[in-house]
Design a protein around this ligand. Structure first.
Ligand code: OXD
Ligand code: MN
Length: 598
């Protein structure tokens, strides 16, 4: 036992009584303990040892074929009142859910070991950090939590002996049965229950479950915010760094933006980009009244396919040691890893993600994928060449701008700024992304994803918007400025017009200039837009000022259609919230309609 905290000890006793493991192991986080768990996992085949010369400390894991992604339809928010979960979450009454889950957990760990994992979300000692305890029957979970959180004995330092302020997480992979898979949150009980999955997003309970769903609820009650946002710093040649948070729906390039390499024109002048986080930000007003952010995580759980020397060399470098790869392909000839678009040389001697030995190029030519499209790397933040020197700063970093974005082929322009915080909250609330050919289902279907929090808000989204409005009131003129970007506009042939990747910095520079009152803007129906000449296109081959003009154009008809479209329009979406929709949001929507109709 690593703590005398009675609340922790009592809860762990209860979990042991329920799950009836053969053995209980407290994870202190020591190197020896972790190494013996790695050895054991390799011995049982749960993990595969990769080439330790080329990929030191790296391991491979394959999940069940039916267990490769988050399961939103099996994810529940069990607040005591249904209206507190809201129309965008699955809900069941807490007592009913406990009655359903308890028999499933009863004896589920018979013959297995229960690992008790203390962890801190946020730097140890940070006033913004919070403690969790996860019990699990999976070594894979322990080893991933070691990378993704500050795990082990040290986490209890933040809790003390009497506090009850820790999030309880109960996980069992059980039989990995998809029919009985549940990811359940009890916000009022500070508790998460996950069963019948072994996929990261469902079982690394510190991440989406705690740091977003439970933490968003805590933030509402305690006056702070938990957001699905990356955090990056841009350092100018004078050595001053300004920080930006950005929220994009899953699979819109948050990790790439967080680790971007500045284009040569900025690099040569001495600009640098620093990564504080790639997925989650906890934000709280600091002593000076500004909004400060920490990244509660300690690593990156990134999508592997699409990561390469061009799209994200920093991420690639980050995965070269101490990393766990899940569901990518193995190059059997030298026990390294491969995934689609890593390079143009799929291994001939390959093991595809499901475990069959195949000839890589032939397998791909037959229309198959070697790596699962949602295959992942779990990599320590400290490996990242551009990790921010402020990464472990317990006070976080002050935020100048908040950026929302989505994948829109036509409507949203390259960038615009909201008129003020309230309008910015509205801009976040109408965020949406279009489905791509990469996913099953129709292409170009709009999914509304407010603040990129649709699958992650642990309470009624109407109340969440009100919380945003309240935070804006509190921050007053110290509030960050709010922007919206869209890297994904396409031409008539469906090609992306904007080069994206590192060149996105050109847009971020306008954003920072606006925050400092250095750049002009044009007032449009949807917000402030740059003058086309204020987006720096120096050194870009295929982009002219006319391209920028096109990227900034606002087609009022398609905006009005986005508001009124049956099913996925803004009005239809807002209608779901009934009287939980803050009056301010309705007012903002009416004002937008008015401006668009003029
Ligand atoms: C993620 C996600 O894994 O948003 O970060 O799905
Ligand atoms: Mn995410």
């Amino acid at each position: 036992m690593l703590t005398n905290n009675k609340n922790v000890l009592t809860w762990v006793d209860e979990m042991v009584a329920l799950c009836k493991p053969a053995e209980v192991v407290w994870i202190d986080g020591s190197d020896e303990q972790l190494q013996s768990l790695r050895d054991e996992a390799v011995k049982t085949g749960e993990m595969i040892l990769l080439n330790q010369e080329k990929l030191p400390g790296c391991l491979y894991h394959r999940t069940a074929v039916n267990d490769v992604a988050r399961v939103e339809d099996r994810t529940f928010i069990c607040s005591s009142k249904k209206e507190d979960a809201g129309p965008t979450n699955n809900w069941m009454a807490p007592a009913e859910m406990h009655a359903k889950l308890d028999p499933m957990y009863d004896g589920v760990m018979k013959g297995r070991t229960m690992y008790v994992i203390p962890y801190s979300m946020g730097p140890i000692g940070s006033p913004l950090a919070k403690v969790g305890v996860e019990v699990t029957d999976s070594i894979y979970v322990v080893l991933n939590m070691d990378i993704m959180t500050r795990m082990g004995k040290q986490a209890f330092e933040n809790l003390g002996e009497t506090s009850n302020d820790f999030v309880r997480g109960l996980h069992s992979k059980a039989n990995v049965d998809p029919e009985n898979r549940y990811i359940v949150h009890f916000p009022e009980e500070n508790t998460i229950c996950s069963i019948n999955s072994a996929y990261g997003g469902n079982v690394l309970l510190g991440k989406k479950c705690f740091a977003l769903r439970i933490a968003s609820y805590q933030g509402k009650n305690e006056g702070w915010m938990a957001e699905h946002m990356l955090i990056l710093g841009i350092e100018n040649p004078q050595g001053e760094t300004k920080y930006i948070c950005a929220a994009f729906p899953s699979a819109c390039g948050k990790t790439n933006l967080a680790m971007l390499i500045p284009p040569a024109i900025y690099r040569e002048k001495g600009y640098k980009v620093w990564t504080v986080g790639d997925d989650i930000a906890w934000l709280r007003p600091g002593p000076d009244g500004r909004l400060y952010a920490i990244n509660p995580e300690n690593g990156f759980f990134g999508v592997a396919p699409g990561t390469n020397e061009k799209s994200n060399p920093n991420a690639l470098h980050t995965t070269m040691k101490g990393t766990i790869f899940t569901n990518v392909a193995i190059n059997k000839a030298n026990m390294t890893v491969w995934w689609e678009s890593l390079d143009k040389n799929p291994p001939v001697d390959a093991i595809e993600w499901k475990g069959s030995e195949v000839n890589g190029p032939e397998f791909i030519a037959e229309g198959n994928k070697l790596a699962h499209p949602n295959s992942r790397f779990t990599a320590p933040a400290e490996n990242c060449p551009c990790v921010s020197p402020e990464f472990n700063n317990p006070n976080g970093v002050p935020i100048s701008a908040i950026v929302f974005g989505g994948r829109r082929a036509k409507t949203a322009p390259l960038v615009y700024q909201s008129f003020d915080w309230r309008h910015g909250t509205f801009v976040g609330s109408i965020m949406a992304s279009e489905t791509t050919a990469a996913a099953a289902g129709a292409v170009g279907v709009v999914r509304r994803d407010p603040m990129a929090m649709l699958p992650f808000c642990g309470y009624n989204m109407g109340d969440y918007w009100q919380h945003w409005l309240n935070m804006g009131e509190k921050l007053g003129d110290k509030a960050p400025k709010i922007f919206h970007v869209n890297w994904f506009r396409t031409d008539d042939e469906g090609h992306f017009i904007w080069p994206g990747f590192g060149d996105n910095m050109r847009v971020l520079m306008w954003i920072l200039d606006r925050c400092e009152g250095k750049a002009d803007a044009v007032e449009t129906a949807i917000g402030y837009e740059p003058k086309p000449e204020d987006i720096n296109i120096e050194g870009l081959d295929d982009v002219t000022i006319d391209t920028i003009r096109g990227l900034l154009s606002v087609d009022k008809e398609s905006w009005l259609e986005d508001i009124t479209r049956e099913g996925t329009g803004i009005e239809a979406f807002y209608a779901k919230f009934g009287d939980k929709l803050p009056a301010e949001m309705r007012k903002q929507l009416d004002a937008l309609k008015d401006r668009l109709s003029k």
